[in-house]
Design a protein around this ligand. Structure first.
Ligand code: ADP
Ligand code: MG
Length: 459
């Protein structure tokens, strides 16, 4: 028997995290309303609805060598692709991943951008002589996955940091100018052809492979979404309407908030103790950076009210962020009869030993409650966007594809299945047949290179 006090904690958690369809429909409606408010005027909503200046998505006809830089989470990636037109598509693709030393995430801007530029310099040096470029400049798409006030296709100022980044002197600065300065210092002569967000890149990469892609979503360390809007439906857009009639909007939905969101005491405490209290509330309920931490907080509460995990001070339950989302994913998918993986994770992460099978089952249930809420809220957000653009609603016959990237969606099968089944639940069997969800891996890398190609100075 699991102690009654522990059972009570889990029951209360289940109750506080409940996200039945009726509630999710409210969330979707609130998301749609916030989107409209954000499009109406600058500062009209907590979600920024940033105009990306990307008015053309790749068609498949792009040709040539292009680069991208992807900065946004735990890793930083450099990608080099050779695009070879409709038939051959991506003929070549080489990438390099560098993990960002934690001290650079909270240092100063020149150190961070210097680190990035030196990695770029190395990639180019490793290429050796490359006749393709002779007297041409290499062109680069820069994926920078933080809220940026975009001022053109290749410039924008940082509004604020999110996730684990906090570099004060970069806020308010043009991130492309910072990158350019660092590149010059390191002798890297590249042209930054486009500054984009990973969601916009994912949308572009998705569209390159499937012309029905209309939404790009990130479910990784953080969470965000971008979609194709009609330019005429953006009252705050000034200047000439683009020829295509379309404009990609980066919603920055991570900062969405509504009183209908199911928020628990654990979320509140997590938020208060975070780097950005009061901000990114939707992201904190959904994304990979936080799910493990929410579970840890629940386990700590159980430990403080029962003897299930032994003496709290003999464990590491009080250490923030010690339990990571890949750990809860591993526990959630544990299919061994005695939940051996759960036992291992509890021992390795927390030094909790000798748990009963019942206790381990309870831990799996907590992972399930926290992850289901996350996946269901993400689905509600997607439904909000679909409704905003009149997709998958009665009378709409078009196929609508949602391109999704990010480690949470890619590696956490229970999460992915829950998101997909919730979409069917919310849209209805029939309408959901015209909606597809597609894992679009490295959309943030390839997508940036594709947008750089679409905005090349040589075309
Ligand atoms: P980023 O968001 O940093 O660009 P990714 O898209 O690769 O990078 O996502 C990494 C995030 O995905 C990690 O922070 C983690 O939260 C989540 N993740 C990675 N692997 C798993 C896994 N096996 N199960 C669940 N979540 C995972
Ligand atoms: Mg990413």
């Amino acid at each position: 028997m699991v102690a009654a006090a522990a059972e009570r904690v889990v029951a209360e958690l289940r109750e506080a995290c409940a996200a039945p369809a009726a509630r999710l429909n409210e969330v979707a409606a609130a998301m749609e309303a916030e989107m409209r408010a954000g499009l109406r005027e600058e500062g009209g909503s907590k979600i920024k609805m940033i105009i990306s200046y990307v008015d053309n998505l790749p068609t498949g006809n792009e040709e040539g060598f292009f680069y991208s830089l992807d900065l946004g989470g735990t890793n930083f990636r450099v990608l080099r692709v050779q695009l070879a037109g409709k038939e051959k598509r991506v003929a070549k693709r080489e990438s390099k991943e560098v993990s960002i030393p934690p001290h650079l995430m909270s240092g100063n801007a020149s150190e961070l951008f210097g680190f990035i530029a030196s990695a770029l310099a190395k990639v180019i040096a490793d290429e050796g002589r490359n006749d393709v470029f002779e007297d041409k400049q290499r062109e680069l798409g820069f994926t920078f996955s933080f809220p940026v006030r975009q001022t053109s296709i290749a410039s924008g100022t940082l509004i604020k940091w999110t996730k684990a980044f906090s570099i004060d002197d970069a806020v308010g600065e043009d991130v492309v100018a910072e990158l350019r300065t660092a590149m010059e210092k390191h002798g890297v002569h590249m042209r930054v052809a486009a500054l984009i967000n990973d969601t916009v890149g994912t949308l572009a990469a998705g569209r390159y492979n499937d012309e029905d892609v209309v939404i790009g979503v990130i479910l990784g360390t953080g969470s965000n979404a971008a979609y194709v809007e009609e330019a005429s439906a953006i009252p705050k857009f000034e200047g000439e309407l683009p020829k295509s009639g379309n404009m990609v909007i980066n919603t920055e939905w991570g900062n969405f908030y509504s009183s209908c969101l199911p928020i628990t005491e654990y979320d509140q405490a997590l938020d208060e103790e975070s780097l950005n209290p009061g901000e990114q509330i939707f992201e904190k309920l959904i994304s990979g950076m936080y799910l493990g931490e929410i579970v840890r907080r629940v386990l700590l509460k159980i430990a403080s009210q029962s003897t299930l995990f032994g003496k709290v001070n003999h464990t590491k339950l009080k250490t923030r962020f010690i339990l990571r989302t890949p750990d809860i994913s591993a526990m959630h998918h544990d299919e061994t009869p005695d939940l051996r993986i759960v036992a291992e994770k509890l021992a390795d992460n927390f030094k909790i030993k000798d748990t009963s099978l019942e206790t381990r089952k309870m831990v799996v249930e907590i992972c399930d409650v926290v992850t289901s809420r996350s996946a269901r809220l993400a689905a509600a957000g997607i439904v909000g966007i679909l409704r905003k653009i009149g997709r998958a609603v009665p009378g709409d016959e078009r196929r609508s594809v949602v391109a999704i990237d990010g480690g949470l969606f890619e590696h956490y099968a229970e999460f992915r299945q829950c998101l997909e089944s919730t979409l069917v639940e919310l849209l209805g069997e029939e309408a959901s047949r015209s909606v597809a969800v597609k894992l679009t891996k490295d959309g943030s890398g390839l997508g940036a290179a594709l947008i750089a190609a679409a905005h090349s100075q040589y075309q």
